[in-house]
Design a protein around this ligand. Sequence first.
Ligand code: G3I
Length: 365
Amino acid sequence: MTLESNPRVGQRRRASFALQVALALIALCVVLTACSSSSSAQTSSNNGSSLRSAVGNWKIGTAVGVKALRGDASFRKVLAQQFNSVTAEDAMKWVSVEPTRGTYDWSDADQIVAFAKAHGQKVRGHNLVWHRQLPKWLTNGNFGAAKLRTLLKRHITTEVSRYKGRIYAWDVVNEPLDDTAGLRGTMWLQKLGKGYIADALRWAHAADPKAKLYLNDYSIEGAGPKSDAMYDLVKSLLAKKVPINGVGFEAHLDLNYGFPSGFEDNLKRFTKLGLEVAITELDVRMTLPATSDDLAQQADYYRNVIAACRAVKGCVGATVWVFADKYSWIPRFFPGEGAADLFDSKLKPKPAYTAVLDELSKTSS
Ligand code: G3I
């Protein structure tokens, strides 16, 4: 009897052959799976199919409201796909985090931060000192200057410390200027004097020395008295060695008012002071109903903002103030206007989205 004709040897050989085939198949499967997942990762990062895949580390962000975040799976999908930075639309404001004196509610803010972490997104903090969305216990409290200063310091220290290391930039003082280009006559200015701005920046810096600290305002995008006033303000803070790192240009634009003139040069002059700049609340509203010409013009505005920011070395990113018309603040605040965002009320991309994607892809290095 030869070895081949021995049934036991034949059985063993067949079993070992089957095992080798199985192992080879498993190995092939692993390679194929790895190839296919790496090729799909490459597709999504190289074919410019999303805003975030077109920009690398540059920040393309959006404001996020918790209502949409909690209740709308399509919103969450677009949010995760398109953006690498998020800003809490309302959840980090004083009224949201300390509605009752001494009782904090971080649930909304935490949820946004957790979503961002789970989706590889960075978080911009918005905001620490403002004249709106303050809790009633604070505005009605009739506190004297010393007490108010203590409360403000505690608020800034508590919030910045809580998110230390998890927030890359804070809007420390929001909208410090009024529409006549003077310091806004808020409770903070009236009771604490203009030093409240420097104090707020110093307290925020002490709580998280690595976070970039910003002043943020609207109608400072183009050349004009208000942007000059911001320029002078930050220059005087820098001269006093106050810890300030950047200026946020909100960019709530309106087709009815035209595109701000000298946008890029204006951004540039702030960076020449050694500051970074960012577009922090971009949207472009229009009178409703929107025509296709309006939407095309809106796309040009978005493109021009992105182009200006990308052309300036210290412009670190652009954030849209919510990405979908469905969740925009505009109709509530400007009756008869709207359609301000990159996606429509059904979360479908608009010409503005295509323009931004195109501009980002063109200028990505
Ligand atoms: O959460 C309360 C709710 O409890 C209450 O029942 C309801 C009744 O009005 O109000 C709800 O709060 C509203 C809040 O949005 C959350 O939806 C406030 O009334 C409303 O005023 C608030 O609007 C926010 C607005 O700031 C306040 O000024 C917008 O969502 C927000 O997009 C907007 O964002 C600002 C930036 O922070 C700073 N730059 C300008 C920008 C646009 O105004």
